[in-house]
Design a protein around this ligand. Structure first.
Ligand code: AOF
Ligand code: ZN
Length: 366
């Protein structure tokens, strides 16, 4: 039996928020549970940008029972007029007695003012309940709202000797079916999916979300310095999701026009021979893409790491060895000279995926 306390109800609010990952656009995922006299009287989750916040749904459900209740919210209630009115005002209006929060809202328009508004109205506010879990859940939102840059997850699958293909280029399949299914969950949970143009030329991929249950397909982003993307590739033709091609200022204008006519958004970033990746990420942020799943190849992965633009590395490791002299790895860049200069991951999470793959996830230290 679990003891009923603040963590118990906050756990429920976080569980609900967790299930809404991938569907709230640039907004955070938020859950709310309203409890009165030891009974849950209202629950709510923010489901879609532009629609009601978690607190609003939960308070609507609670009705008159909201008066004198405790509201558990996974994120500091908002204090501003965005696409919807401030939740802090609504909690005050419904005469909620106590508000328990997991973590503060780093949105500069909120950032503590939600707490202040509630306290000034005489409401008891407790914060920090299951805080770490709440921060992790909204790590993408937190990065985007505080920096304007999208949160980048670099995903790769390799053999035990770190290869992403055999010496002939064969790569189907490296990871097991369960790992590949997790990749589709990752796609669903990011707003963009990014690859280099060589991947498009070699594989003509669809880059959509195909799960055993339905999922949302992210915007497809191709880094392509000289606009080599074939006009007949699936990403240009299939219309299954939005496609953005990131290129340089010098890239061919006729090809740009042809792509644009096919419905592709062409974004120019950088005057040199290659795309300025940092400027490109900033531009994607301006286009309201708050998170990107980076799916290679090795050169783009390497360049993104060199530019320190990666927020999380998600590696699936298979128990196979394929050898090959100079065959492709996951992270192709000039490399460091000394071990002490290596890119190091912290906050490591390691787990088995099915019977024979290993998932390694971590946060690079920059
Ligand atoms: C809450 N509860 O459920 C959510 C919050 O444009 P809007 O009106 O949807 O506001 C978006 C901002 O509100 C978002 O950036 C974040 O600061 C906060 N989200 N706040 O009290 C919620 N989704
Ligand atoms: Zn709100």
């Amino acid at each position: 039996m679990q003891i009923i306390n603040d963590e118990y109800y906050m756990g429920l609010a976080l569980d609900m928020a967790e299930r809404a990952q991938g569907q709230t656009d640039i907004n955070p995922v938020v859950g709310c549970v309203v409890v009165k006299d030891g009974a849950v009287v209202g629950v709510g989750t923010h489901l879609k940008r532009g629609t009601g916040h978690a607190e609003v749904h939960a308070l609507n459900m609670a009705g008159d029972a909201a008066e004198g209740s405790t509201a558990y919210v996974t994120l500091e209630p908002c204090s501003h007029f965005g696409k919807t009115p401030p939740c802090a005002q609504r909690l005050i209006k419904e005469k909620v007695k106590r508000v328990v929060v997991a973590c503060e809202d780093p949105n500069p328009q909120v950032a503590g003012t939600g707490f202040e508004m509630l306290r000034q109205a005489g409401i008891e506010v407790v914060t920090g309940v299951l805080r770490e879990r709440a921060l992790k859940l909204n790590e993408k939102f937190i990065k985007y709202i505080t920096t304007g840059f999208p949160y980048i997850t670099l995903k790769t699958a390799t053999t035990l000797d770190g290869k992403i293909a055999t010496r002939t280029g064969d790569s189907k399949w490296i990871s097991n079916e369960k790992a590949r299914e997790i990749v589709h969950t990752l796609r669903h949970r990011h707003q963009g999916i990014m690859v280099g143009v060589d991947t498009v030329i070699a594989d003509n991929p669809e880059l959509t979300t195909r799960l055993s249950v339905e999922g949302i397909s992210p915007t497809r982003i191709v880094v392509d310095s000289t606009l080599r993307i074939p006009l007949d590739s699936k990403l240009v033709q299939d219309g299954l999701a939005r496609t953005i091609v990131v290129t340089t200022d010098e890239a061919d204008t006729a090809k740009d026009a042809a792509l644009t006519a096919s419905g592709v958004t062409v974004v120019r970033c950088g005057t040199g021979p290659r795309v300025n990746l940092s400027a490109a990420m900033k531009k994607l942020g301006e286009l309201e893409i708050g998170s990107v799943l980076l799916e290679g190849g090795g050169r783009l992965n390497g360049s993104m790491l060199e530019a320190r633009l990666v927020d999380r590395v998600q590696l699936f490791l298979a128990p196979t060895i394929v050898g090959g002299i100079g065959t492709a790895g996951s992270f192709t860049f000039d490399g460091v000279e000394k071990m002490s200069e290596a890119i190091r991951l912290t906050e490591l999470e390691v787990e088995m995926v099915g019977t024979d793959n290993i998932s390694v996830s971590g946060v690079p230290v920059w």
